[in-house]
Write a protein that binds this ligand. Structure first.
Ligand code: UGA
Length: 450
């Protein structure tokens, strides 16, 4: 919405949320504690906030004065009831649609921005149509159009992705509504990149795009294990296969498994949809992308334990990076979280560092593991890296933050307890920088290294 406000100064954009704390943070004077860390976002908000971009908790007033409403609430995987563990929970989408139905004035275009299962627009339409029926009876002139325009930005590169997208999708039937939304996008996106589809194609394209991207990561991670077994080198294999234009170079980096709030949730959703439509083989096919991802995380945690001859009890292990990727403070579904949990379950003592993830949230997420049976702390979060490495037995790099690429390995080696290990799950280190200081190095997919 900040990017829309930037390119459309004549449009007033109001971001509303029922969570006052969040809205207060977006409105905070200093801009130091914005709820989301995203390169370039702070600077953008600084320029346009309270000019044509507003943050408010007055949901009703914002709906009343809006010509267009973007429903951008989260749609997490259901944890109970029908479809638990697979289907998306649409209660916030429905609640938002009900609010729009209740408070809108005149004609309102409702744009589904949240990632949703196919045919969710139907749910929104049903809520809005039943309001239209009531309006007819009450002789009120309130009408609605529903469009789907899913978002394809990735965290960490959000502004760049929004400013220069490969495409945007607008799905729907109402020509007037479609033209209103495309006029907004056309302010900065070439028309040929704006794809018009029907509602269901638009919704399904979003899930499918994420499933295909995630599938590439599971594919390359599966080959990383084969590289380690055979002596091949995953980065060489990635380059060799990615140079074929039909495969392409992007999204072929082996790692500890994909994380984030999108891939797993969207694939589970796709799996649920396929099962619903009786396509069990298709469902199994996509579910295996997730199975392989879980396997990669577990395999890495297990091999760390194995390198210590089967036990890491009371070993001090430094975790570098907790976010699901670099340049974000988001650690939802991050492999760092899962691998840390696995190491804690094996009795290791962890020191966790991340430049952007809040330590309060890490403490909450790993809360169950705070103390061992002797009431001793089992993990701590630390900003001071030189203290973190003191007497450490191992370092595990789990997020590819730039500052982890420039560490002083000579100094670190002198601080660590030997034999000392570094596990580079993102393959960002140079073997020659590490090994000369007597540290043992394991890199994902590197069959020559150990
Ligand atoms: C993903 C998609 O890339 C976006 O197009 C989509 O809009 C977004 O989900 C969404 O549905 O909202 P995001 O999850 O923010 O974006 O981040 P990605 O860059 O896709 O990374 C996902 C995970 O895959 C990260 O854990 C990352 O480290 C991992 N990854 C990515 C790899 O392990 N290797 C790669 O080559 C690329």
């Amino acid at each position: 919405m900040a990017v829309v406000a930037k390119y459309c100064p004549e449009i007033e954009v109001t971001v509303v949320d029922i969570n006052r704390e969040r809205i207060d943070a977006w409105n905070s004077e200093e801009l130091t504690n914005l709820p989301i860390y995203e390169p370039g976002l702070k600077e953008l908000i600084e320029k346009i906030r309270n000019k044509n971009l507003f943050f408010s908790v007055d949901v009703e007033e914002a709906i009343r004065s809006a010509d267009m409403v973007f429903i951008s609430v989260n749609t997490p995987t259901k944890t109970s009831g029908l479809g638990a563990g697979y289907a998306s929970d649409l209660k916030w989408v429905e609640a938002s649609a009900r609010k729009v139905a209740e408070f809108s004035v005149g004609h309102t275009i409702v744009v589904e921005k949240s990632t949703v299962p196919v045919r969710t627009a139907e749910l929104i339409s049903n809520v809005l149509l039943s309001q239209e029926e009531k309006n007819k009876i009450n002789k009120e002139k309130r009408t609605f159009s529903v469009l789907s325009s899913p978002e394809f930005l990735a965290e960490g590169t959000a502004i760049k992705d929004l400013e220069n997208p490969d495409r945007v999708l607008v799905g729907g039937e109402d020509k007037m509504a479609i033209s209103c939304l495309t006029e907004i996008y056309k302010k900065w996106i070439p028309e040929e990149k704006i794809l018009l589809t029907n509602l269901w194609s638009s919704e399904l394209s979003k899930l499918t795009a994420n499933a295909f991207l995630a599938q590439r990561i599971s594919s390359i991670n599966s080959i990383s294990a084969l590289c380690e077994a055979t002596g091949a080198q995953i980065n060489e294999v990635s380059l060799a296969i990615g140079s074929d234009k039909r495969i392409g170079r992007n999204f072929l980096k082996a790692g500890p498994g994909f994380g984030g709030s999108c891939f797993q949730k969207d694939i589970l959703n796709l799996v649920y949809l396929c099962r619903f439509y009786g396509l069990s083989k298709v469902a199994d096919y996509w579910e295996n992308v997730i199975n392989l991802n879980n396997w990669q995380r577990k395999r890495i945690a297990d091999l760390i334990v194995e390198k210590f001859f089967g036990t890491v009890t009371d070993k001090k292990i430094v975790i570098l990076g907790f976010a699901f990727k670099a340049n974000t403070n988001d650690f939802r579904e991050s492999s760092a979280y899962y691998i840390s949990k696995e190491l804690l379950e094996n009795g290791a003592k962890l020191v966790i560092h991340d430049p952007k993830v809040s330590y309060k949230e890490i403490n909450l997420a790993l809360g169950d593991f705070t103390y061992n049976c002797d009431n001793k702390k089992r993990f701590s979060c630390m900003d001071n890296l030189s203290k973190a490495f003191d007497n450490a037995d191992a370092i595990v790099i789990l997020t590819e933050w730039d500052n982890y690429k420039k560490l002083d390995w000579e100094k670190i080696s002198s601080l660590m307890r030997h034999p000392a290990w570094v596990f580079d799950t993102r393959s960002i280190l140079n073997e020659s920088d590490i090994k000369k200081f007597g540290i043992k190095l394991w890199s994902v997919g590197d069959g020559l290294n150990y």
